[in-house]
Design a protein around this ligand. Structure first.
Ligand SMILES: [Zn+2]
Length: 190
């Protein structure tokens, strides 16, 4: 796939409706899906992210991309359509690390998550894929699948901490369509 063909889109911010409702399963494995994957990669790299879910560029479909180191430091790059997250229970000791999100620009918070995660789904052609993630990749797989379920990482924080982080990001905790300036601010932030 030529990533150079993708178009970088503005990142939707916390508060935009599309981030707060479950995304729809993909049923058409066509050129528009291929274009969405290309645009997700372009948008992720333009924003210097390590993962990006489709609803973060305003598309309510169950697709995400990632370019993210695992526990060995090797970067894993890929995309998943209709992901299903599984935590290997026996090995899922919780790890607390700082986590951030392009949709809550400039902010980070410590969040405990299982240290291993597996995602199954398909590629853009409908062929099965399975990704076993450790390290940052395990966190990324969980973070991006959460996005597709309408959950942003700050939703997992205590309410007072969430409110403070959203305020620091210049965002409102109410779910409402973003103003153009808010969208622009997300786009510029790392
Ligand atoms: Zn995110």
């Amino acid at each position: 796939m030529s990533l150079a063909e993708g178009v970088a889109h503005p990142i939707t911010c916390y508060g935009h409706n599309v981030l707060h409702q479950p995304c729809a399963p993909v049923t058409e494995f066509d050129e528009s899906l291929a274009a969405l994957v290309r645009d997700l990669f372009a948008s992720m790299y333009a924003s210097e992210g390590v993962g990006l879910a489709a609803n973060q560029i305003g598309v309510g479909l169950r697709v995400f991309v990632y370019d993210c180191p695992d526990a060995t430091g090797d970067h894993q790059v890929g995309h998943v359509v209709n992901p299903i997250l599984r935590i290997p229970a026996a090995l899922a000791a919780s790890v607390t690390e700082p986590e951030g999100c392009l949709s809550v620009p400039g902010q980070h918070a410590n969040l405990a998550r299982p240290g291993l995660a597996t995602v199954t789904g398909t590629d853009r052609y409908g062929h099965p894929v399975a990704i076993a993630g450790s390290g940052v990749l395990a966190r990324c797989l969980q973070h991006e699948t959460d996005h597709l379920d309408g959950i942003v990482y700050v939703d997992k924080l205590p309410a007072a901490e969430r409110t403070a982080i959203l305020a620091a990001a210049g965002l409102n905790a109410t779910y409402s369509p973003p103003s153009p300036s808010r969208t622009a601010r997300c786009r510029r932030s790392p």
